[in-house]
Design a binder for this molecule. Sequence first.
Ligand SMILES: [Fe+2]
Length: 419
Amino acid sequence: MRKVNAITLHILLGLSIISVILSFIIFKEFPINFNFHLLLFIVFAIITESVVIFTPNKGGVTLTFGIVLSVAILFGPSEGLLCAIASILFSVYKMDGEVKYFFNISWYKTLGNLNAYIISSGLSSLLFIYLNQGLEFKQGSIIPMFISGILYILMDVMLITTFMIVSSEADPILLFRENFKGVIPNFFGLSTVSIIIVMTYQKTGIEMVLILFFPYMLIRYSFKLVYDMQANYLSTIKALSSALEEKDPYTKGHSERVEKYSIMIANEIGHSKVDIQQLQYAAIFHDIGKIGVEDSILHKPGGLTEEEYEAIKQHPQKSVNILDGISFLKMATTFIQSHHEGYDGTGYPNGLKGKEIPLEARIISVADIYDALTTDRPYRKAMTNRQAIDIIKDESGKKLDPFVVDKFLVLYNKGRFKI
Ligand SMILES: [Fe+2]
Protein backbone atom coordinates (compact mmCIF):
# COMPACT_ATOMS: atom_id res chain seq x y z
CA MET A 1 0.00 0.00 0.00
CA ARG A 2 1.19 3.53 -0.78
CA LYS A 3 2.55 5.27 2.31
CA VAL A 4 0.48 8.27 3.29
CA ASN A 5 2.62 11.38 3.44
CA ALA A 6 2.52 14.01 6.18
CA ILE A 7 0.69 16.60 4.01
CA THR A 8 -2.09 14.10 3.26
CA LEU A 9 -2.45 13.34 6.95
CA HIS A 10 -2.62 17.03 7.88
CA ILE A 11 -5.18 17.79 5.18
CA LEU A 12 -7.24 14.78 6.26
CA LEU A 13 -7.10 15.83 9.89
CA GLY A 14 -8.13 19.41 9.02
CA LEU A 15 -11.00 18.28 6.80
CA SER A 16 -12.19 15.74 9.35
CA ILE A 17 -12.36 18.44 12.05
CA ILE A 18 -14.33 20.72 9.68
CA SER A 19 -16.67 17.81 8.82
CA VAL A 20 -17.35 16.96 12.45
CA ILE A 21 -18.02 20.60 13.41
CA LEU A 22 -20.22 21.15 10.35
CA SER A 23 -22.19 17.94 10.97
CA PHE A 24 -22.63 18.88 14.62
CA ILE A 25 -23.97 22.35 13.74
CA ILE A 26 -26.32 21.04 11.06
CA PHE A 27 -27.70 18.10 13.06
CA LYS A 28 -28.16 20.36 16.13
CA GLU A 29 -29.79 23.30 14.31
CA PHE A 30 -31.99 21.15 12.07
CA PRO A 31 -32.92 17.97 13.96
CA ILE A 32 -33.67 15.01 11.69
CA ASN A 33 -37.31 14.24 11.17
CA PHE A 34 -37.07 10.64 10.06
CA ASN A 35 -40.06 9.28 8.15
CA PHE A 36 -40.96 6.66 5.58
CA HIS A 37 -40.68 9.05 2.60
CA LEU A 38 -37.18 10.06 3.62
CA LEU A 39 -36.26 6.39 3.91
CA LEU A 40 -37.49 5.80 0.34
CA PHE A 41 -35.36 8.69 -0.97
CA ILE A 42 -32.32 7.31 0.88
CA VAL A 43 -32.93 3.89 -0.69
CA PHE A 44 -33.06 5.59 -4.14
CA ALA A 45 -29.78 7.36 -3.41
CA ILE A 46 -28.14 4.10 -2.33
CA ILE A 47 -29.35 2.34 -5.51
CA THR A 48 -28.08 5.12 -7.79
CA GLU A 49 -24.73 5.25 -5.98
CA SER A 50 -24.16 1.51 -6.17
CA VAL A 51 -24.90 1.26 -9.90
CA VAL A 52 -22.00 3.48 -10.94
CA ILE A 53 -21.09 3.63 -14.63
CA PHE A 54 -17.36 3.30 -15.24
CA THR A 55 -16.10 5.54 -18.01
CA PRO A 56 -13.24 4.49 -20.33
CA ASN A 57 -10.93 7.05 -18.67
CA LYS A 58 -11.26 5.17 -15.40
CA GLY A 59 -13.67 7.58 -13.73
CA GLY A 60 -17.17 6.80 -12.60
CA VAL A 61 -20.55 8.51 -13.06
CA THR A 62 -23.52 8.19 -10.71
CA LEU A 63 -26.87 9.97 -10.53
CA THR A 64 -26.85 10.31 -6.73
CA PHE A 65 -26.32 14.08 -6.76
CA GLY A 66 -29.86 14.69 -8.07
CA ILE A 67 -31.45 12.64 -5.27
CA VAL A 68 -29.29 14.14 -2.47
CA LEU A 69 -30.11 17.64 -3.72
CA SER A 70 -33.83 16.83 -3.77
CA VAL A 71 -33.67 15.43 -0.22
CA ALA A 72 -31.81 18.49 1.09
CA ILE A 73 -34.45 20.79 -0.40
CA LEU A 74 -37.50 18.72 0.52
CA PHE A 75 -36.56 17.56 4.00
CA GLY A 76 -33.70 19.80 5.17
CA PRO A 77 -29.92 19.93 5.45
CA SER A 78 -29.61 17.21 8.12
CA GLU A 79 -31.66 14.81 6.01
CA GLY A 80 -29.59 15.76 2.91
CA LEU A 81 -26.42 15.07 4.85
CA LEU A 82 -27.76 11.76 6.12
CA CYS A 83 -28.72 10.77 2.57
CA ALA A 84 -25.24 11.73 1.25
CA ILE A 85 -23.46 9.76 3.99
CA ALA A 86 -25.76 6.72 3.60
CA SER A 87 -25.22 6.62 -0.17
CA ILE A 88 -21.44 7.01 -0.03
CA LEU A 89 -21.26 3.91 2.15
CA PHE A 90 -22.46 2.00 -0.93
CA SER A 91 -20.07 3.63 -3.41
CA VAL A 92 -18.32 1.42 -5.92
CA TYR A 93 -14.87 2.25 -7.31
CA LYS A 94 -12.59 0.81 -9.94
CA MET A 95 -8.90 0.81 -9.10
CA ASP A 96 -6.27 -0.80 -11.32
CA GLY A 97 -9.05 -2.68 -13.11
CA GLU A 98 -10.45 -4.07 -9.85
CA VAL A 99 -13.89 -3.21 -8.52
CA LYS A 100 -13.69 -2.00 -4.93
CA TYR A 101 -16.22 -0.91 -2.32
CA PHE A 102 -16.20 1.91 0.19
CA PHE A 103 -14.85 -0.27 2.97
CA ASN A 104 -12.03 -1.97 1.09
CA ILE A 105 -10.39 1.09 -0.46
CA SER A 106 -7.55 2.59 1.58
CA TRP A 107 -8.71 4.22 4.81
CA TYR A 108 -7.41 7.65 3.83
CA LYS A 109 -9.33 7.58 0.54
CA THR A 110 -12.45 6.50 2.42
CA LEU A 111 -12.05 9.32 4.92
CA GLY A 112 -11.16 11.82 2.16
CA ASN A 113 -14.30 10.97 0.14
CA LEU A 114 -16.52 11.07 3.21
CA ASN A 115 -15.17 14.50 4.19
CA ALA A 116 -15.66 15.81 0.66
CA TYR A 117 -19.29 14.66 0.71
CA ILE A 118 -20.07 16.08 4.17
CA ILE A 119 -18.41 19.45 3.61
CA SER A 120 -19.83 20.06 0.14
CA SER A 121 -23.39 18.94 0.87
CA GLY A 122 -23.39 20.56 4.35
CA LEU A 123 -22.16 23.97 3.17
CA SER A 124 -24.37 24.04 0.08
CA SER A 125 -27.47 23.19 2.15
CA LEU A 126 -26.70 26.05 4.55
CA LEU A 127 -26.19 28.43 1.62
CA PHE A 128 -29.54 27.38 0.15
CA ILE A 129 -31.36 28.08 3.45
CA TYR A 130 -29.65 31.45 3.71
CA LEU A 131 -30.41 32.55 0.12
CA ASN A 132 -33.91 31.09 0.14
CA GLN A 133 -34.63 32.54 3.59
CA GLY A 134 -35.86 29.22 4.84
CA LEU A 135 -36.35 25.68 3.74
CA GLU A 136 -39.66 25.94 1.92
CA PHE A 137 -39.28 25.40 -1.83
CA LYS A 138 -41.23 28.12 -3.61
CA GLN A 139 -41.34 29.79 -7.01
CA GLY A 140 -38.21 31.91 -6.45
CA SER A 141 -36.21 29.01 -5.00
CA ILE A 142 -34.70 27.85 -8.28
CA ILE A 143 -31.96 30.50 -8.26
CA PRO A 144 -30.82 29.78 -4.64
CA MET A 145 -30.95 26.08 -5.50
CA PHE A 146 -28.82 26.64 -8.58
CA ILE A 147 -26.25 28.77 -6.71
CA SER A 148 -25.97 26.30 -3.84
CA GLY A 149 -25.68 23.47 -6.37
CA ILE A 150 -22.72 25.26 -7.96
CA LEU A 151 -21.13 25.62 -4.51
CA TYR A 152 -21.66 21.90 -3.95
CA ILE A 153 -19.92 20.98 -7.20
CA LEU A 154 -17.07 23.47 -6.69
CA MET A 155 -16.40 22.26 -3.15
CA ASP A 156 -16.66 18.62 -4.11
CA VAL A 157 -14.33 18.93 -7.12
CA MET A 158 -11.89 21.10 -5.14
CA LEU A 159 -11.70 18.69 -2.21
CA ILE A 160 -11.39 15.58 -4.36
CA THR A 161 -8.76 17.30 -6.54
CA THR A 162 -6.77 18.49 -3.48
CA PHE A 163 -6.77 14.98 -2.27
CA MET A 164 -5.69 13.57 -5.64
CA ILE A 165 -2.85 16.11 -5.85
CA VAL A 166 -1.29 15.15 -2.54
CA SER A 167 -1.66 11.44 -3.18
CA SER A 168 -0.31 11.51 -6.77
CA GLU A 169 2.18 13.42 -8.90
CA ALA A 170 -0.43 14.75 -11.31
CA ASP A 171 -0.60 18.37 -12.41
CA PRO A 172 -3.07 20.26 -10.13
CA ILE A 173 -4.52 22.65 -12.73
CA LEU A 174 -5.24 19.94 -15.25
CA LEU A 175 -6.66 17.65 -12.59
CA PHE A 176 -9.03 20.36 -11.38
CA ARG A 177 -10.01 21.23 -14.95
CA GLU A 178 -10.58 17.60 -15.90
CA ASN A 179 -12.58 16.82 -12.76
CA PHE A 180 -14.61 19.99 -13.18
CA LYS A 181 -15.23 19.37 -16.88
CA GLY A 182 -16.37 15.85 -16.01
CA VAL A 183 -19.04 16.91 -13.51
CA ILE A 184 -20.52 19.95 -15.28
CA PRO A 185 -22.86 18.13 -17.73
CA ASN A 186 -23.86 15.80 -14.91
CA PHE A 187 -24.55 18.79 -12.67
CA PHE A 188 -26.81 20.64 -15.10
CA GLY A 189 -28.69 17.52 -16.09
CA LEU A 190 -29.21 16.27 -12.55
CA SER A 191 -30.10 19.70 -11.07
CA THR A 192 -32.88 20.00 -13.63
CA VAL A 193 -34.14 16.52 -12.81
CA SER A 194 -33.90 17.40 -9.12
CA ILE A 195 -36.21 20.41 -9.64
CA ILE A 196 -38.70 18.08 -11.33
CA ILE A 197 -38.48 15.60 -8.42
CA VAL A 198 -39.00 18.37 -5.83
CA MET A 199 -41.99 19.88 -7.66
CA THR A 200 -43.54 16.47 -8.33
CA TYR A 201 -43.21 15.50 -4.67
CA GLN A 202 -44.72 18.75 -3.45
CA LYS A 203 -47.61 18.72 -5.92
CA THR A 204 -48.52 15.04 -6.12
CA GLY A 205 -46.73 13.19 -3.33
CA ILE A 206 -44.39 10.23 -3.15
CA GLU A 207 -46.36 8.01 -5.60
CA MET A 208 -45.37 10.07 -8.64
CA VAL A 209 -41.76 10.25 -7.42
CA LEU A 210 -41.73 6.45 -7.31
CA ILE A 211 -42.86 6.43 -10.94
CA LEU A 212 -40.26 9.12 -11.81
CA PHE A 213 -37.53 6.85 -10.52
CA PHE A 214 -37.82 4.63 -13.60
CA PRO A 215 -37.10 7.35 -16.20
CA TYR A 216 -34.40 8.54 -13.79
CA MET A 217 -32.69 5.18 -14.08
CA LEU A 218 -33.24 5.35 -17.83
CA ILE A 219 -30.91 8.38 -17.89
CA ARG A 220 -28.29 6.16 -16.26
CA TYR A 221 -28.91 3.54 -18.93
CA SER A 222 -28.34 6.11 -21.72
CA PHE A 223 -25.07 7.20 -20.08
CA LYS A 224 -24.04 3.58 -19.85
CA LEU A 225 -24.78 2.91 -23.52
CA VAL A 226 -22.50 5.76 -24.62
CA TYR A 227 -19.62 4.67 -22.36
CA ASP A 228 -20.08 1.01 -23.26
CA MET A 229 -19.88 1.89 -26.92
CA GLN A 230 -16.58 3.73 -26.40
CA ALA A 231 -15.23 0.87 -24.29
CA ASN A 232 -16.27 -1.65 -26.96
CA TYR A 233 -14.52 0.32 -29.68
CA LEU A 234 -11.39 0.44 -27.57
CA SER A 235 -11.38 -3.24 -26.74
CA THR A 236 -11.96 -4.17 -30.39
CA ILE A 237 -8.91 -2.22 -31.50
CA LYS A 238 -6.93 -3.42 -28.49
CA ALA A 239 -7.75 -6.98 -29.54
CA LEU A 240 -6.47 -6.16 -33.02
CA SER A 241 -3.33 -4.70 -31.50
CA SER A 242 -2.64 -7.74 -29.32
CA ALA A 243 -3.35 -10.05 -32.27
CA LEU A 244 -0.52 -8.28 -34.06
CA GLU A 245 1.83 -8.61 -31.09
CA GLU A 246 0.82 -12.23 -30.58
CA LYS A 247 2.19 -13.02 -34.07
CA ASP A 248 5.58 -11.70 -33.07
CA PRO A 249 7.17 -12.83 -29.80
CA TYR A 250 9.60 -9.91 -30.01
CA THR A 251 6.94 -7.25 -29.75
CA LYS A 252 4.70 -8.99 -27.21
CA GLY A 253 3.61 -6.44 -24.63
CA HIS A 254 5.39 -3.63 -26.53
CA SER A 255 2.40 -1.29 -26.86
CA GLU A 256 1.46 -1.80 -23.21
CA ARG A 257 4.97 -0.87 -22.09
CA VAL A 258 5.12 2.11 -24.46
CA GLU A 259 1.78 3.23 -22.99
CA LYS A 260 3.17 2.93 -19.44
CA TYR A 261 6.44 4.73 -20.21
CA SER A 262 4.68 7.50 -22.19
CA ILE A 263 2.34 8.23 -19.28
CA MET A 264 5.26 8.31 -16.84
CA ILE A 265 7.07 10.86 -19.02
CA ALA A 266 3.86 12.89 -19.52
CA ASN A 267 3.36 13.02 -15.74
CA GLU A 268 6.88 14.36 -15.38
CA ILE A 269 6.29 17.02 -18.07
CA GLY A 270 2.98 18.11 -16.55
CA HIS A 271 -0.55 17.40 -17.66
CA SER A 272 -1.29 20.97 -18.66
CA LYS A 273 1.02 20.53 -21.66
CA VAL A 274 0.01 17.01 -22.67
CA ASP A 275 -3.31 15.51 -23.70
CA ILE A 276 -2.83 12.48 -21.49
CA GLN A 277 -5.94 10.57 -22.59
CA GLN A 278 -5.16 10.86 -26.30
CA LEU A 279 -1.49 10.16 -25.62
CA GLN A 280 -2.51 6.95 -23.91
CA TYR A 281 -4.65 5.85 -26.87
CA ALA A 282 -1.89 6.79 -29.31
CA ALA A 283 0.70 4.82 -27.34
CA ILE A 284 -1.52 1.72 -27.29
CA PHE A 285 -2.22 1.83 -31.03
CA HIS A 286 0.94 3.44 -32.41
CA ASP A 287 2.12 0.35 -34.31
CA ILE A 288 -1.25 -1.13 -35.22
CA GLY A 289 -0.53 -0.37 -38.90
CA LYS A 290 2.20 -3.04 -38.84
CA ILE A 291 -0.64 -5.49 -39.31
CA GLY A 292 -0.54 -4.34 -42.95
CA VAL A 293 3.22 -4.96 -43.34
CA GLU A 294 4.42 -8.38 -44.50
CA ASP A 295 5.63 -10.75 -41.77
CA SER A 296 8.77 -11.62 -43.74
CA ILE A 297 9.83 -7.96 -43.50
CA LEU A 298 8.75 -7.45 -39.87
CA HIS A 299 10.57 -10.56 -38.64
CA LYS A 300 13.64 -10.34 -40.87
CA PRO A 301 16.74 -11.09 -38.79
CA GLY A 302 19.24 -9.19 -40.95
CA GLY A 303 19.32 -5.71 -42.50
CA LEU A 304 16.46 -4.46 -44.68
CA THR A 305 16.65 -3.62 -48.38
CA GLU A 306 15.59 -0.14 -49.38
CA GLU A 307 12.29 -1.49 -50.66
CA GLU A 308 11.62 -3.35 -47.41
CA TYR A 309 12.42 -0.28 -45.36
CA GLU A 310 9.98 1.72 -47.50
CA ALA A 311 7.29 -0.86 -46.67
CA ILE A 312 8.02 -0.51 -42.92
CA LYS A 313 7.80 3.27 -43.23
CA GLN A 314 4.18 2.93 -44.32
CA HIS A 315 3.05 1.66 -40.89
CA PRO A 316 2.25 5.04 -39.23
CA GLN A 317 -0.07 5.92 -42.13
CA LYS A 318 -1.57 2.41 -42.07
CA SER A 319 -2.29 2.87 -38.34
CA VAL A 320 -4.06 6.15 -39.12
CA ASN A 321 -6.13 4.44 -41.84
CA ILE A 322 -7.23 1.69 -39.43
CA LEU A 323 -8.31 4.18 -36.74
CA ASP A 324 -9.82 6.68 -39.16
CA GLY A 325 -13.47 7.42 -38.47
CA ILE A 326 -13.35 6.70 -34.72
CA SER A 327 -14.15 10.19 -33.53
CA PHE A 328 -12.78 9.94 -29.99
CA LEU A 329 -9.38 8.79 -31.33
CA LYS A 330 -9.11 11.73 -33.74
CA MET A 331 -6.33 13.53 -31.85
CA ALA A 332 -4.53 10.27 -31.07
CA THR A 333 -4.22 9.46 -34.78
CA THR A 334 -2.27 12.68 -35.41
CA PHE A 335 0.21 11.63 -32.69
CA ILE A 336 0.45 8.14 -34.18
CA GLN A 337 1.14 9.54 -37.62
CA SER A 338 4.17 11.40 -36.25
CA HIS A 339 5.67 8.84 -33.88
CA HIS A 340 8.60 8.18 -36.25
CA GLU A 341 9.29 11.81 -37.08
CA GLY A 342 12.79 12.88 -35.97
CA TYR A 343 13.43 16.01 -33.90
CA ASP A 344 16.12 17.03 -36.43
CA GLY A 345 13.76 16.47 -39.37
CA THR A 346 15.27 13.16 -40.51
CA GLY A 347 12.27 10.99 -39.61
CA TYR A 348 9.23 9.85 -41.56
CA PRO A 349 6.57 10.08 -43.04
CA ASN A 350 6.57 13.86 -43.43
CA GLY A 351 10.07 14.92 -42.33
CA LEU A 352 8.62 17.20 -39.64
CA LYS A 353 11.08 19.01 -37.37
CA GLY A 354 11.21 20.14 -33.70
CA LYS A 355 7.94 21.59 -32.45
CA GLU A 356 6.18 20.81 -35.75
CA ILE A 357 5.93 17.31 -34.27
CA PRO A 358 3.21 17.10 -31.59
CA LEU A 359 4.72 16.81 -28.09
CA GLU A 360 2.76 13.60 -27.51
CA ALA A 361 4.41 12.02 -30.59
CA ARG A 362 7.85 13.11 -29.30
CA ILE A 363 7.04 11.42 -25.97
CA ILE A 364 5.99 8.20 -27.70
CA SER A 365 9.26 8.25 -29.73
CA VAL A 366 11.37 8.19 -26.54
CA ALA A 367 9.19 5.52 -24.88
CA ASP A 368 9.15 3.46 -28.11
CA ILE A 369 12.93 3.56 -28.59
CA TYR A 370 13.62 2.76 -24.93
CA ASP A 371 11.38 -0.31 -25.10
CA ALA A 372 12.80 -1.42 -28.47
CA LEU A 373 16.37 -1.19 -27.11
CA THR A 374 15.67 -3.02 -23.86
CA THR A 375 13.85 -6.00 -25.41
CA ASP A 376 15.06 -8.81 -27.69
CA ARG A 377 14.71 -8.18 -31.43
CA PRO A 378 15.09 -10.64 -34.34
CA TYR A 379 18.44 -9.04 -35.21
CA ARG A 380 19.93 -8.51 -31.70
CA LYS A 381 19.59 -9.31 -28.00
CA ALA A 382 18.10 -6.84 -25.51
CA MET A 383 20.52 -4.16 -24.36
CA THR A 384 21.20 -3.36 -20.73
CA ASN A 385 19.55 -0.33 -19.21
CA ARG A 386 22.88 1.52 -19.19
CA GLN A 387 23.50 0.87 -22.92
CA ALA A 388 19.94 1.96 -23.78
CA ILE A 389 20.29 5.18 -21.75
CA ASP A 390 23.59 5.99 -23.51
CA ILE A 391 21.94 5.62 -26.92
CA ILE A 392 18.96 7.76 -25.87
CA LYS A 393 21.33 10.44 -24.55
CA ASP A 394 23.23 10.28 -27.83
CA GLU A 395 20.02 10.68 -29.85
CA SER A 396 18.93 13.70 -27.79
CA GLY A 397 18.62 16.66 -30.16
CA LYS A 398 19.00 14.33 -33.17
CA LYS A 399 16.18 11.81 -33.49
CA LEU A 400 14.74 12.62 -30.06
CA ASP A 401 13.50 15.84 -28.46
CA PRO A 402 16.08 16.96 -25.82
CA PHE A 403 13.30 18.31 -23.58
CA VAL A 404 11.53 14.93 -23.50
CA VAL A 405 14.84 13.08 -23.07
CA ASP A 406 15.67 15.32 -20.06
CA LYS A 407 12.34 14.42 -18.43
CA PHE A 408 12.97 10.75 -19.23
CA LEU A 409 16.41 10.98 -17.57
CA VAL A 410 14.92 12.62 -14.47
CA LEU A 411 12.66 9.59 -14.13
CA TYR A 412 15.53 7.22 -14.84
CA ASN A 413 17.64 8.85 -12.12
CA LYS A 414 14.73 8.49 -9.71
CA GLY A 415 14.88 4.74 -10.44
CA ARG A 416 11.52 4.70 -12.22
CA PHE A 417 12.84 2.80 -15.27
CA LYS A 418 13.85 -0.47 -13.72
CA ILE A 419 13.59 -3.44 -16.00
FE1 LIG B 1 6.30 2.43 -35.00
